[in-house]
Design a protein around this ligand. Structure first.
Ligand SMILES: Nc1ncnc2c1ncn2[C@@H]1O[C@H](COP(=O)(O)OP(=O)(O)OP(=O)(O)O)[C@@H](O)[C@H]1O
Ligand SMILES: [Mg+2]
Length: 403
């Protein structure tokens, strides 16, 4: 029921073993007077200042401060944080829509900061397509022509691009609406057009900057499912920005949590919820139902004896604690965590309840298994949590950009 294509992929490889698409190292973007801004990353005293002090000492804002991460092939990499934490600036730096102040960015090993204008144009047109919050559609063009726009810019002929656009329009569920104009569509439909336009160019990586935050909750859920479906079918690499924790948990293979331009924690949904790095993260994830995100790997213990290892219902290591509770309740006995016929451990009612109560050591196990994706489970869990919102700043997004 909750075994996705990606879960199957995860059984044969681990996210950690895949090569990076984007690789970001020591990245800074400091806004302010240019000469002053350039000094901030290089000066250890300035670089260590908090945002208020940096502003009062230099007049600069470090929107992105010493950020490093890899986006691995085929993963959904979520960047989450409150308004103003630097998410948009970070994602724009990836294709230099915003020019970084310091640090390095590579895509498939190629230095993005060294690209000339034509390489950069090719990067944005072919390799990394962006989906924006307010769609950025051309109002006088039909759905079909909006979707074909990126192909037109690439120089593809009219017949070929319309054929390709029609296929992508159908893929995102807009068949029959090809001749409408954006003004004749609902918000959700418009965002599907935005998504189709990005997909049409068949980019290596899709970049989403809070694409669904203007949509009402039900349509938003629909669009999230659309992204999950597309990702499952195509395995496309995605960088997804959101300030909504539920959305992050539902979509992310890994989540980078930002605060004041810095990444305060980077991990799987299970790691973020199970082992918050500090009080800020703890506060962020406080209301998440742990049993729906944490897996039985967190709860299991070694079997007491051969009898315990040999009896009881079998569950997958990626099953959520919530699923295990159901299995244990049904069987009336401890369950065995089984991986390819091997018993990894057992969980009984007490083990599972201590996860719910938060008294278990929530740390995800060490080793490669720890980075195996659990987002299938997280998604399922998150889907059951309704639209409970993370503590988030209600201010609207500050930045917007048409394509
Ligand atoms: N062009 C700019 N000039 C000066 N400061 C900027 C500029 N763009 C962004 N900032 C500042 O950089 C910081 C990060 O902004 P950014 O837009 O990246 O945040 P965000 O996390 O995307 O927020 P939101 O959720 O509201 O979209 C903020 O303090 C913002 O005021
Ligand atoms: Mg933003």
């Amino acid at each position: 029921m909750n075994t996705t294509a990606k879960d199957t992929a995860a059984a044969t490889d681990t996210v950690a073993e895949r090569p990076p698409v984007f690789s970001v190292d020591g990245l800074w973007k400091v806004f302010g007077p240019k000469a002053k801004a350039a000094r901030v990353p290089a000066d250890p005293v300035l670089a260590a200042l908090g945002p208020a002090e940096l502003r009062s000492r230099t007049g600069c804002t470090a929107a992105v401060a010493d950020v490093s991460f890899d986006v691995r092939q085929g993963e959904v990499f979520v960047v989450m944080g409150l308004s103003g934490s630097g998410k948009s600036t970070l994602v724009r730096c990836l294709t230099r829509l915003v020019e970084p102040t310091a640090g390095s960015i590579t895509i498939d090993g190629e230095d993005v900061r060294a690209m000339d204008r034509s390489r950069l144009r090719a990067l944005r047109r072919h390799r990394a397509a962006m989906v924006f919050q307010h769609f950025g559609l051309l109002p006088h063009r039909t759905v079909l022509d909006n979707v074909a726009y990126g192909l037109e810019v690439q120089g593809m002929g009219r017949a070929a691009r319309r054929e390709r656009a029609a296929a992508v329009v159908a893929k995102v569920g807009l068949e029959g609406l090809e001749q409408r104009r954006p003004g004749q569509l609902s918000g959700g439909q418009r965002q599907r057009v935005g998504l189709a336009r990005a997909l049409a160019v068949d980019p290596e990586v899709l970049l989403f900057d809070e694409p669904f935050s203007a949509l009402d909750p039900l349509i938003r859920r629909d669009m999230q499912e659309e992204v999950v479906r597309l990702h499952r079918e195509e395995g496309r690499t995605m960088v997804f920005i959101t300030h909504d924790l539920q959305e992050a948990l539902r979509l992310g293979d890994r989540i980078a949590l930002m605060r004041d331009g810095r990444v305060v924690q980077l991990g799987t949904p299970e790691e973020i919820v199970g082992s918050p790095a500090d009080d800020y993260v703890r506060e962020f994830v406080r209301d998440v139902p742990r049993e729906q995100v944490l897996t039985v790997r967190t709860a299991m213990r070694p079997a007491a004896d051969a009898d315990e290892a040999g009896t009881g219902p079998a569950i997958r290591p990626g099953a959520t604690v919530s699923e295990a509770i159901e299995a244990v309740a049904r069987a009336g006995s401890a369950a065995r965590v089984m991986d390819e016929g091997r018993c990894l451990g057992v969980v009984d009612a007490t083990d599972l309840l201590s996860v719910v109560a938060g008294t278990a050591d929530g740390a995800a196990p060490a080793g490669p298994a720890a980075v195996r994706r659990t987002a299938g489970a997280a998604r399922l869990g998150a889907a059951a949590t309704g639209e409970r919102r993370a503590p988030a700043d209600p201010r609207p997004a500050t930045t917007e950009e048409p394509a």
